[in-house]
Ligand binder design. Structure first.
Ligand code: KIV
Ligand code: ZN
Length: 527
């Protein structure tokens, strides 16, 4: 193979811009660490100017995630660049990613600036960022709808100013593969200093073409592709990295590009992002959907049994799908449990293992067969915890078609055990009302999903819900063989997250963080 394509992951920035997604530090860190295991080249950890939370999240990833380049996004202004640098400077390999829109439509309506002003601002921003760090990426927002000659000028000027990567996004997902490929080829041919920088692409999926457009760009000279795990992101999302990666691998004779990816981490990364963001993966989603490797038709099953490649173009094991769904039970020991955890990709420390094993034993008492899905759900439930301000001690409820549903809840907190009772439309609402009375943090249920972890009447129910507390929206998760209990645990988990976010101490060092708005706004929330 000849050259390398760099994978730039923006799950924590563009992905976090998905409607309703908001991640806390622990969740961001889990994703950041897993992206490093996956072997992505760049992690865009966030947009530090936007809020204190974003700043701190980026800073924590810069401190703790080793291996990939850590990028912080900044509009083309000094304040943004200062904040980005403040957050990423502790990284092993920091990158400032600054952007400015270049299409006439953005210049006229959003920026109210002339082409000359924007050209100058782009150059100034890159020069300014260069004072802090050698690795500077410039993105020409809405590049695919920008006047071609003008865009060439912008690209040339920012490379002269020191940009090491130039990104030409299809911000609104308007491009078509042939057209976008051709556009990249012409840029490569026309910009005289293009060889001094890496050409990057960043495609949105409004027409469902983000991956196809990115592949066309690679065919024509792009050497960095930006995208997100599971394709999450603004509106219809970004190019889905697992699809891009597997297209480049499966059709490697067409592309002849090397990647630094650890393929067997793909499935786990996808599951993690889905769990943490609460964005479910459609069953027929390529590569990581539940049905991606399932063969339903008899003819297909027969073919695969005779020779796998009759109907499978890649092996499920390659992307890390567990080979077998091994069943454990109440006689399984700690060693077998730990071995299975490792096979599923979880490396727990002793304390985490003890907690998970206790939960496993409790579950095995209630449920004859404990499957991989049960174990995965249980580890997520037990390990990914934030400090628990309130802990569910007990729950009692009554309901039915002829009585008013009532719940009594006992929560252990700073004031010891506090109990409350309340009524509601159903036992879940009754319990949530009782919890609101105890915590003094009334929540509004914005979204609620119940999923059976496995088949069977004794299956565990996993509840994922979104709760708005004031102007915060948090995700809660709960697991139990009793779905009312799972719901209540999820609600308590969400309230704990909200309490944690509301009361966590202010960081000392959040210089330059402002609310971005006003006329000099270059577009606080890019696509
Ligand atoms: O879609 C877009 O243009 C962006 C840029 C900030 C890279 O997200
Ligand atoms: Zn984008």
């Amino acid at each position: 193979m000849s050259d390398r394509v760099y994978i730039f992951d923006t799950t924590l920035r563009d992905g976090e811009q998905s409607p309703g997604v908001s991640l806390n530090f622990h969740e961001k860190l889990e994703i950041g660490l897993q992206l490093a295991r996956l072997g992505v080249d760049v992690i865009e950890a966030g947009f530090p100017i936007v809020s204190r939370g974003d700043f701190e999240g980026v800073k924590m990833i810069a401190e703790k995630v080793k291996g990939p380049i850590i990028a912080g996004l900044a509009r083309a202004t000094r304040g943004d660049i200062d904040a980005a640098w403040g957050a990423i400077k502790v990284a092993e390999n920091p990158r400032i990613h600054t952007f400015l829109a270049t299409s006439d439509i953005h210049l006229k309506y959003k920026l109210q600036k002339s082409r000359e002003q924007v050209l100058q601002q782009a150059e100034d921003a890159v020069r300014y960022a260069k004072q802090f760090v050698s690795d500077v990426e410039f993105s020409a927002e809405d590049a695919s709808r920008t006047d071609f000659d003008y865009l060439c000028q912008v690209v040339e000027r920012v490379i002269d100013a020191g940009a090491t990567v130039v990104n030409l996004p299809d911000t609104v997902g308007y491009a078509l593969p042939e057209e976008y490929g051709d556009f990249i080829r012409r840029i490569m041919e026309r910009v005289p200093n293009m060889h001094k920088a890496i050409l990057s692409v960043h495609c949105h999926n409004d027409l469902g073409l983000a991956v196809a457009n990115s592949l066309a760009a690679i065919k024509n000279g792009a050497r960095q592709v930006e995208g997100t795990i599971n394709g999450i992101g603004e509106r219809a999302g970004n190019a889905s990295l697992e699809e891009l990666i597997m297209a480049l691998y499966t059709r490697r004779s067409m592309y002849e590009k090397d990647l630094g990816i650890e393929y067997k981490e793909i499935y786990r990364t996808s599951r993690l992002v889905s769990s943490v963001t609460g964005m479910a993966i459609q069953p027929n989603k390529a590569i990581v959907g539940k049905n991606a490797f399932a063969h339903e038709s008899g003819i297909h099953q027969d073919g695969v049994l005779k020779e796998r490649t009759t109907y499978e173009i890649m092996s499920p094991e390659l992307v890390g799908l567990p080979k077998t769904n091994l069943v454990l039970g109440k006689h399984s020991g700690r060693h077998a449990f730990n071995e299975r955890l490792k096979e599923l990709g979880f490396n727990l420390n002793d304390e985490e293992l003890n907690r998970a094993f206790t939960r496993f034993k409790d579950l095995a008492d209630k449920k004859k067969e404990v499957t991989d899905h049960d174990i995965e759900a249980l580890v997520k439930d037990e390990i990914w915890v934030i400090p628990e301000r309130f802990k569910l001690q007990y729950l009692h409820f009554t309901g039915g078609s002829t009585v008013v549903p009532t719940a009594t809840v006992g929560l252990m907190g700073g004031k010891g055990l506090v109990e409350e009772a309340a009524c509601g439309d159903g036992p879940v609402e009754a319990a949530c009302n009782a919890i609101d009375r105890i915590t003094g943090l009334p929540g509004t249920l914005v979204d609620y999903k119940l999923n059976a972890v496995t088949g069977g009447k004794d299956a565990q129910g996993e509840v994922v819900l979104k709760v708005a507390v004031g102007n915060l929206t948090v995700l809660g998760r709960g697991l139990s063989t009793d779905i009312i209990e799972a719901s209540v645990k999820a609600y308590v988990n969400a309230i704990n997250k909200a309490a944690y976010e509301i009361t966590k101490p202010d960081p000392d060092q959040v210089g330059g963080v402002v609310e971005a708005n006003g006329n000099d706004d270059n577009g606080k929330n890019p696509g």
